[in-house]
Design a protein around this ligand. Sequence first.
Ligand SMILES: CC(C)(COP(=O)(O)OP(=O)(O)OC[C@H]1O[C@@H](n2cnc3c(N)ncnc32)[C@H](O)[C@@H]1OP(=O)(O)O)[C@@H](O)C(=O)NCCC(=O)NCCS
Length: 168
Amino acid sequence: MPALVTEPLGIQHLRKEFSCGEDVLDVYLKHYATQDQKRRVAAIFVLPDDDLTVKGYYSLSSTNISSIDLPEKLLRKLPKHPHQPATLLGRLAVDRRNQKQGIGEILLLDALRRSYILSEQIGSIAVVVDALNRNVSEFYKQYGFIPLSDQSKLFMPMKTIKQLFKQL
Ligand SMILES: CC(C)(COP(=O)(O)OP(=O)(O)OC[C@H]1O[C@@H](n2cnc3c(N)ncnc32)[C@H](O)[C@@H]1OP(=O)(O)O)[C@@H](O)C(=O)NCCC(=O)NCCS
């Protein structure tokens, strides 16, 4: 499995100018990410430029999926619990100056890889994303994410992630 390219957000990372086109994701990085990280609400990983300016970031947290939202085929192989443990890729953003250069893809693959590695330590059957809008939903679908019954969310089973990295 290739090495991870991101690092945990730290005070050295410059983010004052970060702008991805979605205010809520800019404000989060500038004002709430460090606090969330300290309180263990979310783990934030950044891709820094040589001068430590943040080119992009993502956040991971624990979550769960209601079993009734999962496809029948997958559900058959899981314990009959009302919820299944999962990893939430809560945010993913690339600074405008760096968009359309493949960095979104690099960050997404890094988040999937990291989530897979961590699932060997803390149980998680899938990575879940909450798509901000239809466009973003298309971004995730092209990598194989599947919509949950709860339509704004998509997921990718850990088994698929394992296969994905076998091919790379
Ligand atoms: C969505 C986002 C992360 C993509 O980052 P990026 O670095 O520009 O994406 P990439 O250059 O790696 O593009 C990878 C692929 O996704 C496609 N893509 C990029 N942005 C897309 C979008 N908003 N919708 C659909 N597809 C998109 C690209 O066309 C490319 O496909 P291709 O290789 O077939 O051309 C970035 O536009 C962003 O930060 N947007 C604002 C924040 C946001 O919406 N975050 C996601 C929800 S939390």
